[in-house]
Design a protein around this ligand. Structure first.
Ligand code: SF4
Length: 380
């Protein structure tokens, strides 16, 4: 073996290629090494936590650069999916998610509402479609759908009709049982959102009314039913970097990577236990997005809640790092979202193009050894 220094001093004369690779390997960050591996081998789900930690901890510009490399290798880097999230049943939720204004345990001034009528939902879906959204997501503030047969059957109708409009359809209705997942699949549901929120270790600091394992069970039922899984988390809950790594590790080692991974920055709401949290910085978002892109290359990494706080140049860095999906529309469930005209302008300025809907019948089995070249705050 020769050292890069001795080569540079001219004591050895290896080929340019050897010099190049030797020189670079001495400078390589974990982000560079793992991104190169992802590009060469394709997605994998045998990540260990230290590997992800090292990627996450790489110098931020290097991490961003390598997130971008994987992104360009795996996706059309100009395409950004536009999703619209509508709260079809707002507030009055029995759960105690400490970031959520919809929990009945906190006094946030939010008025609880019943399930929206079909006409109102269809009108919103039509409006979203006309504004360029290709995925329509419906959120209901429930712990689960058990004992809500009438409402659940109504939602099945909404799913069928919105799918009939040529849109992808997603729901986030709390915990599901196996049979309900199968019924949603039958109705034509594209994806089901159920976020893990944070790491297993930090989770009890955020929610006490349901367990991490219950969340994972719902995700399993969704996956087993053949519905795409949308699952990500929220940063800015007071968690440590280790917890962000833990969240990404859990997602990246599921039997198949989620089809969508929403990365949310807490939008603190007065009256919730997290009302005084310090806002998330753009560099924290970039670390999460680029790491998610490198460890789950095929997933739609969604720049979600909190986007409203970021400027266009800051959002541009997120797209560069690997984000390829956003929520559009006035509100994200109950919190403010980016202005429609501002988003249109952003697409124009950044040269982004809307992603067409995809109706593959099988969710992506990202963990299978497919080469990359062949080729995700919402309610809980
Ligand atoms: S995040 Fe979902 S489950 Fe938790 S309190 Fe809010 S609406 Fe209820």
């Amino acid at each position: 073996m020769f050292s890069t220094r001795s080569v540079l001093r001219g004591q050895l004369r290896p080929s340019v290629a050897v010099l190049h690779s030797s020189f670079y390997s001495s400078l390589s960050s974990a982000a560079a090494i793992q991104a190169e591996r992802t590009i060469r081998q394709g997605p994998r789900n045998d990540w260990n936590r230290d590997e992800i930690k090292a990627v996450y901890g790489s110098p931020v510009l290097d991490l961003l650069f390598h997130g971008a490399q994987v992104h360009r290798h795996t996706h059309n880097f100009r395409e950004v999916q536009q999703c619209t999230l509508l709260s079809i049943k707002t507030g009055g939720c029995s759960e105690d998610c400490s970031y959520c204004p919809q929990s009945s345990r906190y006094d946030t001034g939010l008025k609880a509402q019943k399930l929206m009528t079909k006409d109102a939902v269809m009108e919103a879906a039509q409006k979203a479609k006309e504004a360029g959204s290709t995925r329509f997501c419906m959120g209901a503030a429930w712990r689960d759908t058990v004992g809500r047969k009438t409402n659940f059957n109504q939602i099945l109708e909404y799913v069928k009709d919105i799918r009939g409009m040529g849109m992808e359809v997603c729901c986030t209705l709390g915990m599901l049982e196996k049979q309900q997942a199968l019924k949603l699949k039958e109705a034509g549901l594209t994806a089901y959102n159920h976020n893990l929120d944070t790491s297993r270790e930090y989770y009890p600091n955020v929610i006490t009314t349901r367990t991490y394992d219950e969340r994972l069970e719902t995700i399993k039922f969704v996956r087993d039913a053949g519905i795409s899984v949308c699952s990500g988390g929220i940063i800015g809950l007071g968690e440590a970097e280790e917890d962000r790594v833990g969240l990404l590790h859990t997602l990246a080692t599921l039997p198949s990577h989620p089809e969508s991974v929403p990365i949310n920055a807490l939008v603190s709401v007065k009256g919730t236990p997290l009302q005084d949290q310090k806002p998330v910085e753009i560099w924290e978002m970039i670390r999460m997005i680029a790491t998610a892109r490198i460890v789950m290359p095929k997933a739609m990494v969604r720049l979600s809640a909190g986007r409203v706080k970021f400027s266009m140049p800051e959002q541009a860095l997120c797209f560069l790092a690997g984000a390829n999906s956003i929520f559009t529309g006035e509100k994200l469930l109950t919190t403010p979202n980016n202005d429609f005209d501002a988003d249109q302008l952003m697409f124009k300025v950044l040269g982004l193009i809307p992603k067409a809907p995809s109706f593959s019948e099988e969710p992506a089995k990202a963990y299978e050894a497919e080469a990359c070249e062949e080729a995700v705050s919402s309610s809980g």
